[in-house]
Design a protein around this ligand. Structure first.
Ligand code: GLP
Length: 250
């Protein structure tokens, strides 16, 4: 039986990052104009460090690569130090030779959120769609900012963040949860599932319970990442602590 998503377990988070960075490097070598979907959060930091290292070593040329980030806080300017635009500049874009004009993020200061979401959908389409979408996962099973809810949105949309999500993003706002915006703009589930390949990164013991449900549980809007079971080319890249609740055959 072909199971989706596939599961790949590595000894530690550094090994996960090395393996995915190699995959990204190979994909860019095969197609220098690759379109990548990118996440924020603590989990992808090791990947961005490894990609930056490979670039410095002359092994990846990002000059023609296009990127689309999954999400952005709503109600703050893009140059706010807590914005995902700032996060990406600090941890990745500022460390490689990517063309800033090819790095796309939602504009959290747009007056008309609906128009901004539509613009983003069109930009992804105009770029030919996302070839490889990399995801993190919230401990409540959210991907991007698609929070557990009775219904999920298919396309890029405005969201109200859950208290636990605002708490886990507090570090970007000097540790002050009350300063984390209450809303965000996020790719929808359909936007994410339309990527030709999807990799979900999860490392550390706090992710083990929801990883187990993503692999073995039913598809439910209560766990947005469970929709990856419907994707024909999705893989979970895990370290051992995040995989601890999976049996070898699950
Ligand atoms: C944020 C992002 C998600 C990310 C999640 C997990 O809420 N919007 O895209 O997956 O954080 O973050 P971490 O990797 O720090 O656990």
């Amino acid at each position: 039986m072909i199971r989706s998503p596939r599961v790949a377990v590595f000894a530690d988070a550094a090994a996960v990052a090395r393996s995915l960075a190699r995959r990204v490097a190979d994909a860019i070598r095969a197609k220098p104009t690759l379109v990548l979907g990118l996440p924020t959060g603590r989990t992808p930091l090791a990947l961005y460090a490894e990609l930056s290292r490979l670039h410095e070593a002359g092994e990846i040329d990002f000059s023609r690569v296009t990127t689309f980030n999954l999400d952005e806080f709503y109600g703050i300017p893009s140059d706010h130090p807590g914005s995902y635009r700032s996060f990406m500049r600090t941890h990745f874009f500022g460390r490689v030779n990517i063309d800033p004009a090819r790095t796309h993020l939602l504009d959290g200061s747009a007056a008309d959120a609906a128009a901004e979401c539509e613009r983003y959908e069109r930009a992804i389409e105009d770029a030919g769609g996302i070839a490889l979408q990399i995801l993190g996962i919230g401990t409540n099973g959210h991907i991007g900012f698609n929070e557990p809810a009775p219904e999920l949105e298919a396309r890029t949309h405005r969201v109200t963040l859950k208290p636990e999500t605002r708490r886990s993003n507090a570090a970007l706002f000097g540790g002050r949860e009350e300063d984390v915006p209450r809303e965000a703009l996020s790719m929808g589930m359909g936007t994410i599932l339309q990527a030709r390949a999807v990799v979900l990164l999860a490392t550390g013991a706090p992710k083990a319970a929801c990883v187990e449900r993503v692999v073995n549980g039913p598809i439910t809007t209560a766990l947005p990442a469970s929709f990856l079971q419907l994707h024909p080319d999705a893989v979970l890249m895990l370290d051992e602590p995040a995989a601890a609740r999976l049996t070898p055959n699950s």
